[in-house]
Design a protein around this ligand. Structure first.
Ligand code: ADP
Ligand code: MG
Length: 313
């Protein structure tokens, strides 16, 4: 069977099946694995791969931006669990032609995005194309990790920030479009995503927050993961999606569909979470975009269209 017909998630399911885990350990299927330590805390583990020409174009991205992004996309998975990062590991395959100074700038970006989370190890090798794998360890109080599986009918669905900016930034890069102030802002959102660690931590301490994940493939795909894991459906009102002024202006210029970009382009790294309507979210950047209902799948309100998220295969 070829990879396109089985798809990324069919393939992951194939990898997952037939394995039994030690009691209390949660493995494949959420933003991080969760391993109880027995001292009142759980260890969280996540890893992500960034490949030249697949995830970035080496001649366009600066080493600082690439280092930042490599750390941030992993920290975002710790944020999605409501965890605190403890340490990271960086493995890197380097093509000929990159300099020691390039590596210094990469590490400067990596450190800046990591904040207080130290780099604890990794591996270095030569490679034909630049290949970066980061792993991050985190922790949270035992049993308090925010999972994809807890959404309940009646929950409000929220995101922590504007959607579609990163995907629009990528279009500008790939299509070689002019980089005015708005375009540069969108490219910055693509190259320098912010892991929503403080928001994740707040959410994990709030009674009534039932599920969370980070948005790496667009909500059309990512919300489906929450729905499947929780055995529920959702209504999303596309008129309530937070769209930045920059995305509106650039989309007007090129005739782009802001809603399609907001729901089906990836790498926003905002949090997507669900909570009971009574819960007061104590930070400003939360936008209600819909609600959880009985059933399965997403009903899109305010549009006649149906969307699917980014597909890797
Ligand atoms: P995320 O976007 O949050 O990084 P993914 O969609 O990449 O998550 O992966 C979904 C789940 O599948 C995660 O739990 C991840 O650890 C797991 N996974 C992905 N690829 C593999 C693999 N090759 N082997 C084992 N687990 C994998
Ligand atoms: Mg994730």
């Amino acid at each position: 069977m070829d990879l396109a017909s089985i798809g990324e998630f069919g393939l992951i399911e194939r990898i997952r099946s037939g394995q039994s885990l030690p009691s209390g350990v949660m493995g494949i299927g959420d933003d991080c694995a969760v391993i109880p330590r027995g001292d009142g805390l759980d260890t969280l583990v996540t890893t992500d791969l960034l490949l030249e020409d697949k995830h970035f174009i080496l001649s366009d991205i600066t080493p600082f931006q690439l280092g930042w992004k490599s750390a941030s996309v992993n920290l975002s998975d710790i944020a999605a669990m409501g965890g605190t990062p403890v340490g990271s590991f960086l493995s890197i395959g380097l093509p000929n032609g990159l300099s020691a100074e390039w590596m210094d700038d990469f590490i400067a970006g990596y450190r800046k995005a990591s904040g207080g989370c130290p780099l604890l190890g990794g591996d270095t090798t030569a490679a034909d194309k630049l290949c970066i794998n980061v792993g991050v360890l985190g922790e949270c109080p035992h049993g308090k990790a925010l999972l994809r599986s807890g959404a309940k009918p009646g929950d409000i669905i929220y995101v922590t920030g504007p959607l579609g900016d990163s995907g629009a930034g990528l279009k500008i890069i790939l299509q070689g479009l002019k980089r005015d102030e708005d375009a540069l802002k969108l490219i910055e959102r693509h190259y320098l995503p912010n892991a929503r660690l403080s928001e994740g931590l707040v959410l994990s301490g709030l009674e009534g927050v039932h599920s969370a994940m980070d948005i790496s493939d667009g909500i059309a795909s990512d919300l489906e993961h929450i729905l499947k894991a929780s055995g529920v459906g959702a209504e999303v009102d596309v008129t309530r999606l937070p769209i930045s002024a920059e995305l509106q202006r650039v989309s007007a210029l090129y005739g782009w569909d802001t809603i399609a970009l907001a729901v089906a382009s990836g790498e926003d790294y905002e949090l997507l979470f669900t909570a009971s309507p009574e819960v007061k979210i104590p930070f400003e950047n939360h936008y209600a975009i819909g609600r959880i209902v009985e059933g399965s799948g997403i009903v899109w309100k305010g549009t006649g269209e149906h969307f699917t998220g980014f597909r890797h295969f």
